[in-house]
Design a protein around this ligand. Structure first.
Ligand code: URA
Length: 207
């Protein structure tokens, strides 16, 4: 699996705001929105474009647009805070949804929502989930996408744990990872260390 760690001072500064336990929910959401923009830029760095003629006020020149705008798939609930920034940057993108809760005892993913186009053949997909912890939710999402014939999938995450990266690698599923950091590991509750806590709670308050 190809992994791209986005190494940019602004990304690191936004991540620091998100890590800080004193950051209130609205500022956390703002930092996640801005960091998502940076991650999306990087995820699209090598995206193919088509060219077309565009008239400036001065002359006709060549313009470009994305050849294949990706389907955006936020993984609810935490991925919700990434979808607005991503769709503002790629307004032509469609959005699908996957909802996965986590059993706090077993740490296993508990799927509760799946709203995706029937066929994803030839469609690049960006899965938006700030936290790649055990990799269980991401793997479940990837399996749903591959079952719909997706072959070009990017997991866009803020924080990844080595365990989650290894789980994706071992899955053999067609995915690349774009993340702001790979942290130290998981604690006994399957939280990422140092991480940033529960990314859903930090955005929306505790359930
Ligand atoms: N999900 C989160 O929101 N935080 C973690 O640290 C792990 C999973």
């Amino acid at each position: 699996m190809r992994t791209h760690i986005v190494d940019h001072p602004l990304a690191s500064a936004l991540l620091t705001i998100m890590r800080d336990e004193r950051t209130p929910n609205p500022a956390f959401r703002g930092a996640l929105r801005d960091l998502t923009g940076i991650l999306i830029y990087e995820a699209l760095r090598a995206a193919p474009v088509t060219t077309f003629e565009v008239a400036t006020p001065v002359a006709v020149t060549e313009g470009v647009r994305l050849a294949h705008p990706p389907l955006l798939v936020p993984v609810l609930r935490a991925g919700l805070g990434m979808v607005e920034a991503a769709s503002e940057l790629i307004p032509e993108s469609r959005v699908g949804f996957v909802g996965i809760a986590r059993d706090e005892r077993t740490h296993q993913p508990v799927p509760y929502l799946e709203s995706l186009p029937e066929s994803l053949a030839g469609v690049p997909v960006f899965v938006l989930d700030p936290m790649l912890a055990t990799g269980g939710s991401m793997r479940h999402t990837l399996e749903l996408l591959v079952a719909r014939e997706a072959t070009d999938i990017t997991a866009v995450c803020v924080v990844a744990a080595p365990e989650g990266v290894a789980a994706l690698e071992e899955s053999g599923l067609p995915v690349r990872l774009v993340t702001a950091t790979i942290d130290t590991g998981l604690n006994e509750n399957a939280y990422i260390v140092p991480g940033l806590g529960d990314a859903g709670d930090r955005q929306f308050g505790p359930r």
